[in-house]
Design a protein around this ligand. Sequence first.
Ligand SMILES: Nc1nc2c(c(=O)[nH]1)N[C@H]1C(S)=C(S)[C@@H](COP(=O)(O)O)O[C@H]1N2
Ligand SMILES: [Mo]
Length: 198
Amino acid sequence: MIGKFFQKPEPSQGDRVPPGQYLAKGFPVLTYGDTPTIALDRWELKIWGAIQQPIVLRWADIMALPQSDFTADFHCVTRWSKLDVQWRGVKVTDLMQAIDLEPRAVHVMQHAYGGYTTNLALEDFLRPENFLAYQLFGEPLPPDHGGPLRLVVPHLYAWKSTKWLNGLEFLDRDELGFWERNGYHKRGEPWAEERFAD
Ligand SMILES: Nc1nc2c(c(=O)[nH]1)N[C@H]1C(S)=C(S)[C@@H](COP(=O)(O)O)O[C@H]1N2
Ligand SMILES: [Mo]
């Protein structure tokens, strides 16, 4: 595994690389299926389920929210990690200011253009470090990395960070997303190596 595509962490980075992970050279693309093409003037983010009022956000609505820069480590369950990825976008907590959750909301399903889904517990979704990203290293987020817009949930394996996000469905119970139905862990915390369902 070490060599062309992977490298050993420097000692100073070691405590940032979760068990069983290697540092990737570059930033690999990991997609199940094809990369969809979405024009910004047709782009939508639908938010529905256990909330007071379903809404559909357009690109201008995202741009009207507070914008922030983020630096976050990225851990794929296939054992590569990339440290200090630089993004720009909107905090989940800022997006959620506009949403009135019903008390029965306890989980959220992320939906993507193309049909990918992944589930999160509400407390994992609402963490202050989570964000919606539309820039990567100062450039528009490349389509292969999830552009125009993806979610990033740094504290969980990256399959919980949906590329081409176009829906957030709030749920009154946990439901499994695409990888979770295919044997992966419900939560996916890298420091605990929550890779597979028991
Ligand atoms: N829509 C969608 N989002 C997705 C995936 C996918 O196949 N489709 N793959 C996930 C996985 S397994 C990982 S590791 C990261 C990879 O992000 P990257 O391709 O930008 O490195 O995206 C996640 N989000
Ligand atoms: Mo992954």
